[in-house]
Design a protein around this ligand. Structure first.
Ligand code: ASP
Length: 439
């Protein structure tokens, strides 16, 4: 029997109408056995997510402010969902308990996690599924990272005893018994952990968009959806700013090769995006590239010195300075007598002089310069390996648009090309590449 794990994001569970839609999706397929909900998200643009209200409660308590009014709003969100579903369920005791616990002892993560906890209680009741508290199946280590082995074992053992269950997303427990959350959007990770534990055939991640698009719709008009993408390609695109799925959510399922399907709760008929381990056989030769993404806000430190190429240990010394300053770099394009280091500008804030002086002291360069305002564009696609001249097409498209390329980096795995351009050229560079390959 197939098993599907389904995770629903906050916008999919923002009100009673969405709960009904979610239930109809789950009931439409008996393989959808394990459900991971987020906390209620925004119902409309100016609305506030329950998680954000809970964080605010925590801050108010710390500042000795009264939370009655704010907490009443949170309670209203849950009560109106229950009323809208016509559910015979009195959640007032739970709400009272959570409020007291927040006021008397528990930390920030406990407060935030209650959004998922309460939402899951309601969804479990509505679906008539069992409720499994994440604090009994998701374990963190003392250093705050996930205890994968213990979690996987406990989760598997528990789930085996339930035909159907709802497991709240976003949190687990520390060795000392306190609640800890993942970073924001972390219910995606919980879904992935559950999928791995039951060795699911599919992890469906339901949200409010029909999967990933080939480019940012704020820059490209109506970009094509991505039908299939590999974990590796996705990682590259997510890092460069494509946000639909939490970037850590692929790790639990990746080794088990469990595919993730990003689906739209409001348009369940859309196929969405399939995230898979290896490239699929239905490779589309029309689409050499899978997606384009990018980010602004990078700086380039360029170091020049005659005969640099024959000086052993030169690069190491430069990188050592970065390491000593706890700075990670993005790219390292180099020439014979020069090398550049591309770094996120914000990490240099307040210490650029110190870093430049230390590099100079360490390697005695002929010149060291730093330039800001660089944007990076990543062109990603496993298809690129199969076709000659892809890089040339990328560079031509950019230069035909009258844009100066400041940096080029192509990893040896050949499934991504990174191009650095001036920030003001960013949108045009992205459009030029998109039009070259997709239009
Ligand atoms: N509710 C949490 C957040 O808003 C976690 C999640 O939705 O995945 O970040």
């Amino acid at each position: 029997m197939k098993v599907k794990v389904v995770k629903f994001g906050g916008s999919s569970l923002a009100d009673a109408e969405h709960f009904k839609q979610v239930a109809s999706i789950i009931k439409a397929d008996p393989h959808r056995r394990y459900v991971v909900p987020s906390a209620p998200g925004k119902r409309f643009k100016e609305d506030t997510k329950v998680t954000d209200m809970l964080y605010e409660c925590y801050e108010k308590i710390r500042n000795h402010e009264n939370i009655d009014e704010l907490y009443a709003k949170i309670s209203d969100r849950y009560n109106s969902i229950i009323a809208g579903l016509g559910l015979d369920f009195d959640i007032s005791g739970e709400l009272e308990y959570v409020k007291n616990a927040m006021m008397h002892r528990s930390g920030r993560d406990f407060a935030a996690s209650r959004g998922e906890y309460l939402n899951s209680l309601i969804l479990a009741k509505y679906l008539k599924f069992d409720f499994i508290d994440a604090e009994n199946v998701i374990y963190f280590k003392d250093n705050g990272t996930l205890d994968e082995e213990k979690t996987n074992e406990a989760m598997r053992e528990e789930l085996m005893q339930h035909r159907n269950a709802v497991i709240p997303g976003f949190y687990g427990v520390m060795p000392n018994g306190t609640i800890k959350t993942f970073s924001r959007g972390g219910s995606d990770i919980t879904g992935s952990i559950v999928a791995r534990a039951v060795d699911a055939d599919l992890y469906e991640n339901w949200t409010d968009v029909s999967g990933f698009l080939m480019a940012d719709p704020r820059i490209i008009d109506d970009p094509c959806p991505i039908k299939t993408i590999t974990y590796r390609e996705l990682r590259e695109l997510s890092y460069m700013g494509a946000t639909v799925l939490h970037e850590d959510a692929i790790f639990p399922v990746k080794n088990a090769s469990i595919p993730i399907n990003i689906k739209n709760t409001n348009r369940p008929q859309d196929p969405g995006t399939m995230i898979v381990a290896e490239n699929v056989s239905d490779f589309d030769p029309e689409k050499i590239i899978t997606g384009i993404a990018g980010r602004k806000g990078f700086s380039v430190i360029t170091i020049e010195k005659d005969m640099m190429n024959s000086e052993v240990g030169y690069v190491r010394k430069v990188l050592e300075v970065l390491e000593d300053n706890d700075i990670s770099f993005e790219h390292l394009p180099s020439g014979i007598d020069n090398m550049s280091v591309v770094i996120e500008s914000r990490v240099l804030d307040g210490r650029r002089d110190k870093v430049l002086t230390s590099i100079n002291r360490s390697v005695r360069a002929d010149s060291i310069t730093i330039e800001d305002g660089l944007a990076l564009v990543a062109v990603v696609g496993l298809g690129m390996v199969k076709y000659k001249g892809t890089a040339a097409r990328v560079f031509n498209a950019i230069s035909n648009a009258g844009i100066n390329i400041r940096m080029i980096d192509q990893g040896s795995s050949e499934f991504s090309i990174i191009v650095g351009v001036e920030e003001h050229d960013f949108n045009n560079a992205l459009a030029a590449i998109y039009n070259e390959f997709v239009k």
